[in-house]
Write a protein that binds this ligand. Structure first.
Ligand code: URA
Length: 218
């Protein structure tokens, strides 16, 4: 709505109504049940928003004018405040969480909190027991050491990889180090939040229980 002094000015000028009545007293108390309007348009109380999006391939995770962006897929009154909690590359699809809650975003992306991210990878190459064990002990690429992760073969050319950090191009770099070629990467879980059966491009608000369980169990 604006800064405190701007809001006071709007109220004093008679542009704000509560339940249809102009209020000029900036100290008036309002409750959740009251309808507040500015210039006749509903003013919603500020709240924390948590969204899950199924990002399709071809969309970037940043706000940009030049390319298709995840923000183009979201029609939401808080869109300007939302930040992505853990980006996906343009050619990677699946679960993206967005919020205007900085603490929530930090918790998801900070490696300190060990929130697990699960990826499905469609691959070509030989996945040996030895490679699985290397990943479980913590893969090293040059001087960079990745935290122990879980790698499981699901089908002959499909694996699940669960990591608890989000380093630059991490899944792709791990696949390369294991000498596996990927044709498709999809994130299907962040902590306790699953992609489930959302269609590509769809988004939904997380429920209170989902947010709570993410904080309690991740
Ligand atoms: N790892 C990657 O390589 N890319 C992503 O988008 C996410 C994880």
């Amino acid at each position: 709505m604006g800064t405190r002094s701007e809001v006071k000015k709007l109220i004093r000028s008679g542009f704000v109504t509560v339940n249809g009545i102009i209020v000029r007293d900036e100290g008036s108390h309002i409750s959740k049940e009251d309808t507040v309007e500015l210039y006749g348009k509903l003013v919603l109380p500020h709240r924390m928003v948590y969204l899950a999006l199924n990002k399709p391939v071809g969309y970037v995770s940043d706000r940009t004018e030049n390319e298709a962006s995840v923000y183009d897929l979201i029609d939401h009154p808080y869109i300007d405040e939302l930040q992505v909690a853990g980006r996906l590359d343009k050619d990677v699809e699946g679960l993206v969480l967005l919020s205007n809650d900085g603490i929530f975003i930090h918790k998801i992306i900070s490696p300190k909190h060990h929130v697990k991210k699960e990826y499905l990878v469609w691959f070509q190459g030989e996945l040996t027991q030895e490679k699985i064990e290397v990943v479980e002990r913590g893969l090293t690429i040059g001087t960079e050491k990745f935290k122990p992760a879980k790698l499981k073969l699901i089908e002959p050319n499909l694996l699940s990889l669960v990591i608890s950090e989000g380093k630059y191009h991490q899944v792709k770099r791990m696949m390369k180090a294991l000498n596996l070629n990927y044709s498709r990467i999809q994130r299907i879980r962040i902590g306790t939040i699953e992609l489930g059966d959302m269609n590509p491009g769809d988004f939904r608000e997380l429920s209170g229980e989902e947010i709570e369980s993410l904080f309690l169990n991740s």
